[in-house]
Design a protein around this ligand. Structure first.
Ligand SMILES: [Zn+2]
Ligand SMILES: [Zn+2]
Length: 298
């Protein structure tokens, strides 16, 4: 009953803010930011309030451990390796990264790459699957139910010949289930909740935030044709993917953070793989740079 009242109140605030948007656009934006930050704060509060009841060090470790490891599968595997070919690696490393990415319930890697490359090709213009110009909710999550699948042949022809990518593409659902079974095996229902459900919800919202927040809020270092932004909060939460204006300026560049102050944890993991001899042909910025709007922090 209380929950229904809270939902009704939140819905009323969002509708009112939307109606008032033409007069006070900042109000609507503020409400949207609050909607995104509240679940993060609520997760933090739930961990505090339920400490030693529903969550303890074991569950917190499962949540953080599974989050970091699987989101690396999304950022380095699905995104930088498969969609953008930012570096090369051994088939076994590629398989491990993609299997970890599949555990985030973000679907088949070829479909993911096709949607993403379509986004880069038409960013914030007609045909972009998830531009906030069609509304914040659409860009964040609504596009998932509305979008027609991006053409795998058109955007990802090369991937359809890649045996490792196609293996994970065919078995993605299996790995998503494994991503639930392992935390359950380690810690029962509490493990399934924190290492599985909460971790998946968190990972998905953080990934969606790159599409929504990073095309609305943050700074622009480069004069790209789209609305992409560098957002430090999303960069921290999404392990480097929040330097999204840099990424749109140089889509195949493997390291998204520019300079020491732009923390890119996925990039640090890639540097470790290179140091271990497990990755090579790492792509840097191209010779011809788009116009730089401001010096990025060094
Ligand atoms: Zn983008
Ligand atoms: Zn990209």
């Amino acid at each position: 009953m209380i929950l229904a009242a809270v939902f009704a109140a939140v819905a009323a605030v969002v509708v009112a803010a939307k109606l008032l948007e033409p007069r006070w656009p900042a109000l609507y934006r503020g409400v949207l930011v609050a909607m995104i930050l509240t679940p993060i704060a609520a997760t933090g509060y739930a961990i505090y309030a339920l400490w030693q009841q529903w969550i303890g060090w074991r569950e917190l470790s499962l949540f953080l451990g599974f989050y970091v490891v699987t989101i690396i599968g999304t950022t380095l595997g699905y995104h930088r390796l498969v969609a953008h070919r930012s570096f090369e690696t051994y088939p076994a490393v590629k398989a491990v990264l993609l299997v970890l990415g599949a555990m985030n319930f973000q679907g088949h890697p070829v479909n993911w790459a096709a949607y993403h490359l379509k986004h880069h090709a038409q960013a914030d213009r007609e045909g972009d699957p998830h531009s906030p110009r069609e509304g914040f909710v659409h860009a964040h999550v609504g596009w998932l139910v509305k979008a027609t699948p991006a053409d795998r042949e058109r955007y990802c022809k090369r991937l359809l010949q890649d045996r490792v990518v196609m293996f994970v593409d065919r078995t993605a659902v299996l790995w998503a289930v494994v991503g639930l079974v392992v935390p359950y095996a380690l810690d029962g229902w509490k493990g399934l909740l924190w290492g599985g459900a909460v971790r998946i919800a968190f990972a998905n919202h953080v990934t969606f935030a790159v599409n929504s927040i990073c095309h609305l809020f943050g700074s622009r270092s480069f004069d790209t044709r789209d609305d992409s932004r560098n957002n430090w909060l999303i960069a921290v939460l999404a392990l480097g993917e929040g330097w999204h204006n840099n990424h749109h300026a140089f889509p195949s560049m493997a390291y998204h953070g520019i300079g020491r102050r732009q923390l890119d944890i996925s990039g640090l993991v890639l540097r470790a793989l290179v140091a271990l001899g497990l990755a090579w042909d790492v792509k840097g910025a191209p010779a011809s740079l788009p116009r730089r709007l401001a010096e990025p922090a060094a």
